[in-house]
Design a protein around this ligand. Structure first.
Ligand code: SF4
Length: 498
């Protein structure tokens, strides 16, 4: 038997039940697959290897390397080369750790290590999350669909459009109702969609009455076939405030077209402050406060997230009491991608002209201040349920310890945000989690790594499975771990424990 086989077989002793004819029953989730020799279970995470139940992926360790000065630096990931692991710069993640089900069994790995003179314990598992979802932030001005509109994949509803935030649209995908509350196909498609997004793969989504988009974590969104390049610099009003001084003296009027708050320089507080005169401009829409208009058009994929392609369509005739022939006006979108320069003729009608060189800079500056448009995928799950029993005999003790910041929670070594209130509901940015960290089981539910790290004393205090603690070094002969470098932007997981 190879070292790897040996290791996996050794780990498998804790799991699975041998049945006749070499068949093993996997008991790592409620599906309880009966697996024949040489075959894998329904989720492909477990297999029958010579009558032993084995996890098909190695557990992932995270390691920092030492440079010549003894300073910790990122380590280039690789297979473990057999060299002794230095516990002070090695962290065991839940990736590949396996799952214990039901959870009254201790978690697969409860590992002790000394860090900065402190005895620590890290408890890791691959949690099975029926209560989980994905929140997606899409940096775009474009209208993706009405709020609460269903979002579909292969015709199945997998979530809905939620609030529009500053320069972004939010989607809420997954959740227990789509996983378990609809048809079997709805649950499967929802699970597949979440798994693909958490694995940083591209997924095509369709919004009822809205856009079709392709999104992937850390990538620009593609909306109705067009790749989004820029996130808006701000709303129309904020853009007026930011650039008013740069327009002063170069143009008489500026309108920043925005689906939410269209800004008008001459009426805006910024224009008043600079002493800009009335221009007689009249804007369609609901006036909020001076120089700030709501609902100038319908939402869409045109200028500033409206449905318009001709910005003049949001204007009514100029008021002749204040307007004059020759008055100049710049109209620009919140990303600077669309702009037009106009001069009023004898009839006070705007006539388009070339953008003067003196205004090019300000339009370019709007573009320059627009950050790249990206999709952010946050996995959100509740670890407040029975999973806690794998950590402690008194589950509420873990919740309290997390809330008191005595225990840190990480997901594949990545930092998480733990929501206030009951339970341990956390969110993690999937781009900061190692590759292949997420999986699924056909219940359906998502599988995600989770680690709880605390001092030995705190672990004992919360009623931890002290008799199951093993030193990190014990992973070497029997786990065949895969060693990876931490994500460059992640804090070292142990440093987050205090
Ligand atoms: S689906 Fe996977 S984890 Fe669940 S019983 Fe089957 S092999 Fe085991």
């Amino acid at each position: 038997m190879s070292k790897d086989q040996l290791s996996r077989a050794a780990r498998a002793k804790k799991f699975g039940v041998a049945e006749g004819e070499g068949i093993v029953r996997c008991d790592a989730c409620p599906v309880l697959c009966r697996i024949r020799p040489g075959r894998a279970g329904a989720c492909a995470r477990y297999a029958n290897e010579n009558g032993q139940l084995v996890r098909t992926d190695p557990v992932v360790l995270m390691q920092r390397a030492l440079d010549e000065g003894g300073k910790l630096t990122p380590f280039a990931g690789s297979e473990w080369d057999g060299a002794p692991l230095d516990p002070s710069r090695t962290f065991v993640t839940g990736v590949g750790a396996g799952t214990t089900y039901p959870d009254y069994k201790p978690a697969p790995f409860i590992v002790s290590a000394e860090h900065d003179g402190l005895d620590t314990v890290t408890v890791v598992t691959e949690g099975i999350f029926s209560y989980c979802g994905v929140k997606v932030k899409i940096d775009t001005d474009r209208h993706l669909g009405p709020e609460t509109a269903p979002i579909r994949v292969d015709g199945e509803q997998v979530g809905h459009v939620t609030t529009a935030e500053y320069g972004s649209q939010m989607l809420a995908l997954g959740g227990v109702r789509h996983l378990t509350g609809g048809s079997k196909k709805e649950g499967v498609v929802t699970c597949d969609t979440m798994l693909a997004l958490c694995s940083k793969e591209a997924v095509e989504l369709t919004v009822d009455g809205g856009a079709t988009m392709t999104i992937a974590a850390g990538q620009p969104p593609v909306i109705n076939g067009a790749r989004e390049e820029r996130m808006r610099v701000g709303c129309g009003s904020a853009t007026i405030g930011m650039f008013a001084r740069q327009w002063f003296g170069k143009v008489d009027e500026v309108v920043v077209v925005d689906d939410h708050i269209t800004g008008v320089l001459s009426e805006h507080q910024a224009g008043r402050y600079l002493g800009i005169h009335d221009t007689g401009i009249r804007v369609n829409g609901r006036k909020s406060t001076p120089g700030r208009y709501f609902q100038v058009a319908e939402p869409g994929t045109g200028w500033g997230g409206t449905n318009i392609s001709d910005p003049l369509s949001i204007l009514e005739p100029f008021n002749p009491k204040f307007a004059r022939a020759g008055l100049t006006m710049l109209m620009v979108s919140t990303t600077g991608e669309q702009y037009g320069f106009y001069r009023l003729d004898e009839n006070l009608k705007p006539v388009q002209e070339e953008l003067p060189e003196s205004l090019h800079v300000s339009v370019e500056r709007i573009k320059e201040n627009c950050e790249p448009a990206l999709c952010t995928v946050m996995f959100m799950a509740g670890a407040g349920g029975s999973l806690r029993a794998g950590v402690t005999e008194n589950p509420v003790g873990l919740t309290r310890s997390v809330k008191e910041a005595l225990t840190s929670v990480t997901c594949g070594g990545a930092p998480v945000y733990v929501w206030p209130g009951g339970g341990i509901t956390f969110m993690v940015d999937v781009v900061r989690v190692p590759a292949n960290a997420f999986g699924y089981v056909p219940t359906p539910a998502l599988v995600a790594p989770i680690e709880f790290t605390m001092t030995y004393a705190d672990y004992a205090k919360l009623g931890g499975h002290i008799d199951q603690i093993r030193p990190l070094s014990s992973l070497q002969p029997d786990a065949g771990p895969h060693v990876v470098a931490p994500h460059a932007e992640n804090p070292w997981p142990i440093e987050t424990s205090r």
